[in-house]
Design a binder for this molecule. Structure first.
Ligand code: SF4
Length: 338
């Protein structure tokens, strides 16, 4: 507990007592790499080309609109590597920027400098999905996704003045002795944000029967980084089966939360538990996972310059999402009455 207390103290000295949910918006369910040992995209049927696994533009943009109304930050925009051509991605980034009015984080594999320059008006930084820094473990879990190209991207991003973030999954087989490697990597690549996830044993992957990391393990990594890097932006990924650990992860020094299926599970008991855990950690939850937004669906897309057909599709998608959210909220209210 000494470690957590120290980390919490350092967090309090450097950040406000608030917490936000950060939505990772995915654009596909397939990937041209497709063999990372923990990733659900590697379990998708191979008979479909990754380029055919894109979500519709309308559904992606609807999610950005809702995130904005719910007060969520965008963790990053991501999906399978090689799914979009650079031109397709650029069009999407422009559309997204029109909605967010803010630059977002982008995580689409190692991006060459020339492309970073093209995306730069719409992105604040790049996320390297590094997953683990232990070289032996990395080779095993990401056989076709080496770290070196990400290091090159970080260098190019730094030259362009773009921020740099990375991902780390606790529970794949790293040991506490790997901490210095991670600290050195953060220093070397001048990383300002890290996404600290806990393994989700996906069906059909090499981790299918692995245990999930304990809350103490995930908190240990977060606390160590908070102590080593008082100003580092640390996001903790918390799946819906482990909401009860959120307070500890926040006390360990995490700034924000992600991974929760916040649209699908909006307003449910788990969503309420996330907000309760934030309060337990002494944080004010900014934005909401439980209160329906005040939205006029009929004019929600009027302000955008998208073509008429796309606007109609986005509006339809927003309504579909809202219906699910409303249904969840009603269910909880009914359960309280009975
Ligand atoms: S590159 Fe990313 S999306 Fe593709 S299989 Fe690996 S982890 Fe999954």
């Amino acid at each position: 507990m000494l470690l957590i207390n120290k980390a919490e103290q350092i967090y309090k000295e450097n950040f406000s007592r608030t917490v936000k949910f950060e939505r990772a918006v995915f654009f596909s369910w397939g990937c041209t790499i497709g063999d990372c040992g923990f990733c659900y995209m590697s379990t998708q049927p191979k008979d479909k080309a990754a380029q055919e696994t894109k979500r519709s533009t309308a559904s992606i943009l609807a999610e950005f609109i809702l995130a904005k109304h719910l007060g969520w930050d965008i963790g990053f925009f991501t999906g399978g590597i090689g799914v979009f051509t650079p031109d397709e991605l650029l069009v999407l980034l422009k559309h997204i920027f029109e909605i967010t009015k803010e630059k977002i984080w982008l995580s689409v594999g190692p991006i060459p400098k020339a492309l970073l320059q093209k995306y730069q008006p719409y992105i604040m930084g790049v996320v390297g999905s590094t997953e683990t820094i232990n070289p032996v473990l990395h080779k095993k879990v990401c056989p076709s996704k080496p770290i070196a190209p990400y290091e090159k991207m970080f260098e190019a991003a730094k030259e362009l003045g773009l921020a740099r973030a990375m991902t780390f999954i606790v529970g794949m087989g790293e040991t506490k002795e790997d901490l210095p490697l991670l600290i050195d990597f953060i220093k070397k690549c001048d990383i300002s944000k890290i996404h600290m996830y806990g393994l989700i044993p996906q069906k059909g992957t090499m981790f299918e029967h692995s245990p999930i990391p304990s809350q103490e393990e995930q908190a240990w990594w977060i606390a160590q980084l908070r102590i080593a890097f008082p100003k580092l932006d640390i996001q903790c990924g918390v799946w819906e089966d482990r909401a009860e650990r959120l307070a500890l992860l926040l006390k360990a020094g995490a700034n924000s939360i992600s991974k929760f299926k916040a649209l699908k599970l909006f307003g449910t008991h788990v969503a309420r538990e996330f907000e309760r855990q934030a309060a337990l950690a002494g944080r004010t939850f900014e934005g909401t996972l439980t209160k329906l937004p005040q939205i006029n669906e009929s004019n929600i897309v009027d302000q955008y310059s998208f073509d008429r057909e796309l606007k109609k599709e986005i509006q339809k998608k927003v309504s579909e999402y809202l219906k699910v959210m409303e249904k969840n909220c009603k269910k909880v209210v009914l359960a309280q009455i009975h």
